[in-house]
Design a protein around this ligand. Structure first.
Ligand code: XIL
Length: 373
């Protein structure tokens, strides 16, 4: 073979290799890869549900078997004013889940954020009393969880009821009703849809004091005979928090009290930021030093993110008998909430698919962990 021919043959082989690699990558689907381990899913937003982001929607259909509504079922959008419900966006979510045969998670019935101020007020604009607020909570849960009875498969009944030290957060729910507001919320949810799974969901449960608080809370509900099926670790992780060992012991500790464990809002923040909490009311001003990857994530950082995902997924795979579901908080880096929280206008890279919807190194790293045992 002369030199020219050799170059042509080599070039053709190279093209075939690249095409095969691309094809193989396209074929890899997380829901297939993890099908014997846990459900794998993503939060979906209104832009996707209303058909305006077809790229993200095709990724959701190819890759995931469970979806969570990112905002559509929170009190504020679904029940903005007294006696006024807006179910249109939430209906789109449920239609989408049904059409694609997905396990649907309702997020969330009770929270201190994204809940309008009127909820906690009486007709005179003063603080509502316990009885009024309980009645309001009951009606809300009946209407929302009742509407999607036998359609939405699991509910984050109460979101973020704990402070970092493991005591109950002094939210309006807590101040007005008292600590049994949590038990009541679970009872009402069970009444509205007896088949639905019911979860307690929070961030930073990997930290010991808060985890202990959650264990106390769940055990108390169990001892009162109240149905609670699972605990959601939100999973808004950083590059250096939590450690793999911390995640492992957290999963094991919750499994030991007999409930399902799920990672419900997974993303890994690659940008510099001091606090580890996921409290959404925190905000900071933007500065260049907090937004170092405006022009793209360098390969070294891409690689570190892949390693970080790999370390955490190894723990999830090793605990596959107790981890029930892993849900990412968004489909591609483009729409992640971490681009606008806690500092608006930054460019973050927390997920497995890049802004063009292509799988990142982190995607390959996650897939590889499925083969470790
Ligand atoms: C976030 C959404 O992603 C944003 O679109 C919204 O503006 C604020 O809330 N913990 C939760 C989620 O339980 O509901 C939050 O979602 C992220 C932190």
């Amino acid at each position: 073979m002369n030199k020219k021919k050799r170059i042509i043959v080599l070039f053709t082989a190279l093209i075939c290799f690249i095409a095969a690699e691309l094809y193989a990558q396209k074929d890899i689907s997380l829901k297939e890869v993890f099908k014997d381990y846990f459900l794998i899913g993503t939060a979906v937003n209104h832009f996707q549900l209303s058909g305006n982001d077809t790229l993200a929607v095709s990724i959701v259909k190819d890759q995931f078997n469970t979806v969570t509504a990112e905002n559509e079922l929170k009190w504020e959008p679904v029940h903005p004013r007294l006696n006024v419900y807006n179910f249109e966006p939430a209906d789109l979510f449920v239609e989408f889940g049904k059409k694609n045969n997905m396990f649907m998670v309702g997020h969330t019935l009770l929270w201190h954020n994204q809940t309008p101020a009127w909820v906690f007020k009486n007709d005179q604009g003063e603080s509502a009393d316990r009885e009024t607020l309980l009645k309001r909570m009951h009606e809300h849960i009946q209407k929302v969880a009742g509407r999607y009875k036998a359609q939405i498969n699991g509910w984050d009944v109460v979101n973020e009821a704990l402070d970092e030290d493991g005591t109950l957060r002094q939210s309006q729910w807590m101040k007005i009703i008292g600590e049994d507001y949590i038990a009541k919320a679970f009872q009402y949810a069970n009444e509205a849809d007896p088949e639905a799974e019911l979860y307690y969901n929070d961030f930073s449960l990997e930290n010991k004091p808060k985890r202990d608080g959650a264990v106390r809370l769940i055990k108390k509900l169990q001892s009162q005979g109240i149905k609670i099926d699972g605990v959601g670790l939100q999973g808004h992780y950083k590059m250096d928090w939590p450690s793999a060992a911390q995640l492992d012991s957290t999963i094991k500790e919750f499994a030991a009290i007999g409930i399902k464990v799920m990672i419900t809002e997974l993303d890994i923040d690659v940008l510099p930021y001091k606090d580890i909490s996921a409290e959404i009311t925190l905000t900071m001003d933007n500065q260049d030093k907090y937004d170092p990857y405006k022009n793209g994530l360098p390969d070294s950082a891409q690689k570190s993110l892949a390693e970080r995902y790999s370390d955490l997924f190894k723990v999830l795979v090793q605990n596959k008998n107790t981890v029930d579901r892993v849900t990412f908080w968004g489909v591609t880096d483009k729409e992640s909430w971490l681009n606008y929280w806690p500092i608006p206008g930054r460019k973050n890279y927390p997920l497995l698919f890049d802004r063009e919807g292509k799988p990142k190194q982190a995607f390959d790293a996650v897939v590889k962990t499925s083969k470790i045992n």
